[in-house]
Design a protein around this ligand. Sequence first.
Ligand SMILES: CC(C)(COP(=O)(O)OP(=O)(O)OC[C@H]1O[C@@H](n2cnc3c(N)ncnc32)[C@H](O)[C@@H]1OP(=O)(O)O)[C@@H](O)C(=O)NCCC(=O)NCCS
Length: 184
Amino acid sequence: MTDLRWPSAQPTLDASGLTLRPWRPSDADAVYAACQDTEIARWTTVPSPYERAHAESYVGPASTGAWLNKTAANFAVVDPDGTVVGSFGLVRMTPSQGVAEVGYWVAPGARRRGVAVCAAAAVTQWALRDVGFARVEILAAVGNAGSRRVAERIGFTLEGVLRSAGAGRGERLDLAIYSRIATD
Ligand SMILES: CC(C)(COP(=O)(O)OP(=O)(O)OC[C@H]1O[C@@H](n2cnc3c(N)ncnc32)[C@H](O)[C@@H]1OP(=O)(O)O)[C@@H](O)C(=O)NCCC(=O)NCCS
């Protein structure tokens, strides 16, 4: 059993100029637009087709409830001007074991400028240092070169490949499993 320091209110995190904050209802337009992207549909578990109602739930009751129930921690990543550029957080948690998975997407127009490296590092540091998780995982499809590079850039260790562990759109996916542990 692992004791976690899980605050009652979701915090805001700084990440080298980016801010990770709780989702707000006014973010629904940005999430709806980003999640029309074919790469997000291909590599993540967000619903596809992605409807307006999915976005409204995600930026409201789904994320609020997940925080309260300690099942996930979803953060909006915003630029200094307030533009939503991504979604990062702990998407699958086993608090009793002290283990969580980092999940993410970056909006198509904000890619290839370091958003994922900054935001994923911030979430990982918060989970391991502040909350007290012992282990944080990233599971990326073997063919998802961008996500795998993000895991490598922020110091995760490749442990192997989970065969047919992901349900892609019409195909099974082999998932590369990466981890960082608190003592790394
Ligand atoms: C994968 C993803 C999160 C990367 O976000 P990003 O903000 O563009 O990534 P960064 O700018 O921080 O780049 C990090 C590294 O990955 C590399 N990279 C990014 N996208 C890449 C791609 N499509 N192919 C190969 N390398 C890529 C960058 O060049 C950089 O490596 P470098 O420092 O050696 O040059 C983004 O493309 C995305 O949202 N994809 C769809 C959703 C997804 O795959 N989520 C993860 C599911 S496990």
